[in-house]
Structures are given as structure tokens and as C-alpha cells.
Design a protein. Structure first.
Length: 242
């Protein structure tokens, strides 16, 4: 019995040491991975990297990590050649494989979310000049905000020969052709001149590209939330490092 107790104590101690070694190793690996992602993506600071699954050391031995979560704050993507800031970008990489020198890594697939504030999206949309919607009438989007439910409220300024109007419309958003698109559910009243629908929609409706996302992930779905548009992203066969 004494020998059995000693054996059990040794097993418990060794198991504890293995857990400690495993956690030390994963913490080190997360730091190294964050540094490599920062360099690869040209980020101003290290992202948050969390390697999931236990034990970590056996995953390393097999050359594949089950899941790796990456979180990036204030990521500068591209929109029509201009920069557009993503406030929060979070992605979960599945089946991450790496070579023996850890100089390259790929992921079988990825899912995640990206949030863009209404103010940031408005900056991209407002780069367009005011559009002429009728003789002597021009209009331009002046504001984007949460419209309740799954809607975006679009505020418009319309300049007419007799004054300025400030109508608003509620728009539905979706991903179309890799772009965030918004389409007004109904058109605003803009006075007696009654411009053609196409001319009004040239102002109220818009499409905005969100390009140059990390590792080649792409837009999947979009929904309106209180502090911006929340975009679901996805990807497959992604080059993470190298």
C-alpha cells in the first residue's frame, strides 16, 4: 500500500508538472504567434492570440493546432482604395498547420466577426460628391446611425431652389458581391419636383467594399447593431504567416 501511495503521488506530481509545462509552452507560443501576425499584417501592435485545446504540446508534436483565436483592435482595411478602420476584428482559425521551423502557417478554415462604426462607414460613403436628382436639386448622405431592429437609418440633405430638406430613410443591409450594400426600404419625400426613383436611389443606396482583410478572409453576412455594422467573415485555405 505504501508503494501504491508513493506511485500515485509521483503520478500526480508528474501530471501537475506536465500541465505547468504545457501552459508555459502555450503562453510562449501565443506571444510568438502574435508577434509574427503583427509583422505579417503590418499591425501597429500585437493582436490577441489564444490557442485552444489541451494538451498543447501534443498538438505541436502533430504539427496541427485545433483552433486559434485572433483578435485585432482598430484594423485598417481598404475601401475603394481608401482606408477604412475596423473597430474590432475577431477570427477563429480551424486546423492551423505549421512547418517545422514555424516560419509559415495555414488554416483550413476560419470564421469571425468585424465591426465598423457608423461614423467610419459614413466617412467612406460621403467621399462621393452631391448628386443632382432633379433640375436645381442636389442630395447627399449626411449621416448613418442605428435604425432599430436590423435597419440602418440614413440621413440625407437635399438642396432645392426653395430651401434645404433633411429626410431620413430606413435601409436594409447585406453583403453583395463582396461589398456591404444598403438599400432604402422606401424613398423619402423631397418636394413637389418628385425626382425619378433611380436618381433618388443613387443617393440613398450604396455599396462599400471592405478589402485587404487579414489572411484573405472575406465578407459573409452583415447586420445593423447599435454601434455600427457587424460583419460575419469566413475563409478557407488561409495563409496566416509566411
Amino acid at each position: 500500500m505504501r508503494a501504491l501511495r508513493i506511485l500515485l503521488i509521483v503520478v500526480v506530481i508528474l501530471g501537475g508538472l506536465f500541465v505547468i509545462a504545457d501552459r508555459v509552452a502555450v503562453n510562449y507560443a501565443e506571444g510568438e504567434a502574435a508577434d509574427r501576425v503583427r509583422t505579417s499584417e503590418g499591425l501597429p501592435e500585437n493582436p490577441d492570440v489564444s490557442i485552444k485545446g489541451f494538451p498543447f504540446l501534443t498538438q505541436v508534436a502533430g504539427g496541427t493546432l485545433d483552433d486559434v483565436e485572433i483578435g485585432i483592435k482598430d484594423y485598417d482595411a481598404k475601401s475603394g482604395g481608401e482606408s477604412i478602420r475596423i473597430a474590432d476584428l475577431n477570427a477563429e482559425m480551424h486546423g492551423v498547420q505549421f512547418n517545422s521551423s514555424f516560419s509559415s502557417a495555414t488554416a483550413d478554415s476560419a470564421t469571425g466577426t468585424a465591426r465598423i462604426s457608423y461614423a467610419e462607414l459614413l466617412k467612406a460613403v460621403k467621399k462621393q460628391d452631391p448628386a443632382q436628382i432633379a433640375p436645381g436639386m442636389t442630395a447627399q448622405i449626411e449621416g448613418l446611425s442605428y435604425g432599430g431592429g436590423d435597419k440602418v437609418k440614413v440621413a440625407i440633405t437635399v438642396h432645392t431652389p426653395v430651401g434645404t430638406l433633411h429626410p431620413t430613410v430606413l435601409s436594409s443591409v447585406k453583403v453583395t458581391g463582396g461589398k456591404v450594400s444598403a438599400r432604402a426600404d422606401s424613398l423619402p419625400e423631397v418636394g413637389a419636383l418628385d425626382p425619378a426613383e433611380g436618381r433618388i436611389r443613387a443617393v440613398t443606396d450604396f455599396q462599400q467594399a471592405i478589402d485587404d482583410l487579414p489572411a484573405g478572409i472575406e465578407l459573409d453576412r452583415v447586420e445593423a447593431v447599435k454601434d455600427g455594422v457587424q460583419i460575419s467573415v469566413k475563409g478557407s485555405k488561409l495563409d496566416l504567416v509566411g
